[in-house]
Design a protein around this ligand. Structure first.
Ligand code: CO8
Length: 260
């Protein structure tokens, strides 16, 4: 079902482990991988066996950015098309209703950093590093980085990273709020799975509405965001999971959610 040239997918029970796999180019995102990524996330959204998704890279990199070898021949129209297709794929990742974690194992540069920003949270291996080096190539972030990075770490820190293109280590990424946690390299996947399992122990319906309210509200005024939250509360109150969760608490037993 998940058979791609540039991406491998394994299941850890109900968690899909998505591994970028273009080892010869440090998992640089070429056109083929972009299309495969978009198709994969459409399938993951609709696969009831998948409740959470962890993205990581094979080898030395999470993803060393967009494939630079595909950039030389693009003119202004080609550049716009590249950004449009990239953002289409990255939006499939950002908009999926299920929880996502980026388990950043090595270089997360340019588009790799941007893709990690499309995940709900980021856990990094000690040896991971991050940069937005686009200006060193005479371009700018093209996978939503100029928008998502300042929303996550503030505009001053985002501008410093984007204007200098400098590479920072995992510990610094944690200090500025770019990643939630740094762990020893060998513990990365166990930690990511553990973190995802903590979320998946809860109602998937509630997780989906919480994600939607946060992601929609962040682009709105506080007052409009609260309206989104109020509507989302109405939806979760209509779910079977809410009835089960509240009943289980009152009956002093563990809730068994049916994700409905
Ligand atoms: N594109 C194409 N090939 C790459 C890329 C890349 N981004 N990164 C590494 N490679 C290739 C190298 O060319 C090399 O290939 P070969 O063996 O055939 O010469 C191989 O991977 C191994 O790389 P290095 O020999 O350079 O390995 P080092 O350990 O010496 O260096 C680095 C590793 C520091 C990661 C270095 O390879 C590097 O600086 N790479 C480029 C990083 C970069 O600038 N990335 C940003 C690209 S621009 C971008 O991402 C725009 C955002 C687009 C967002 C939308 C997504 C589509």
């Amino acid at each position: 079902m998940y058979d791609y040239n540039t991406i491998n997918v394994d299941m850890n029970e109900d968690i899909a482990i998505v591994r970028f796999s273009r080892l010869k180019a440090l998992n640089a995102l070429n056109h083929e991988m972009t299309l495969e990524l978009a198709e994969l996330f459409d399938k993951l959204e609709n696969d009831p066996a998948v409740r959470g998704i962890i993205l990581t890279g094979e080898g030395r990199a999470f993803m060393a950015g967009a494939d630079i070898s595909e950039m030389k021949e693009r003119d202004a129209e080609g550049g716009r098309e590249f950004a449009r297709v990239s953002n289409y794929a990255f939006s499939r990742v950002a908009d999926i209703s299920k929880p996502t974690i980026a388990a950043v194992n090595g270089f997360a540069l340019g588009g790799g950093l941007e893709l990690s920003l499309c995940c709900d949270w980021r856990i990094a291996a000690e040896s991971a590093s991050f940069a937005a080096p686009e200006v060193t190539l005479g371009i700018i972030p093209s996978g939503g980085g100029t928008q998502r990075l300042p929303r996550l770490i503030g505009s001053g820190r985002a501008k410093e990273l984007i204007f200098t293109g400098k590479r920072i280590k995992a510990a610094e990424a944690e200090r500025i709020g770019l990643v939630n946690k740094v762990v020893p390299d060998e513990a990365l996947m166990d930690e990511a799975v553990k973190s995802m399992r903590e979320a998946l122990a809860n109602s998937a319906v509630a997780l989906g509405y919480a994600k939607e309210a946060i992601d929609t509200g962040i682009g709105l005024s506080l007052a409009d965001g609260i309206k989104v939250e109020i509507n989302s509360v109405g939806m979760v109150f209509g779910s079977e999971d809410r009835l089960e969760g509240v009943s289980a608490f009152l009956e002093k037993r563990k809730a068994v959610f049916r994700d409905k």
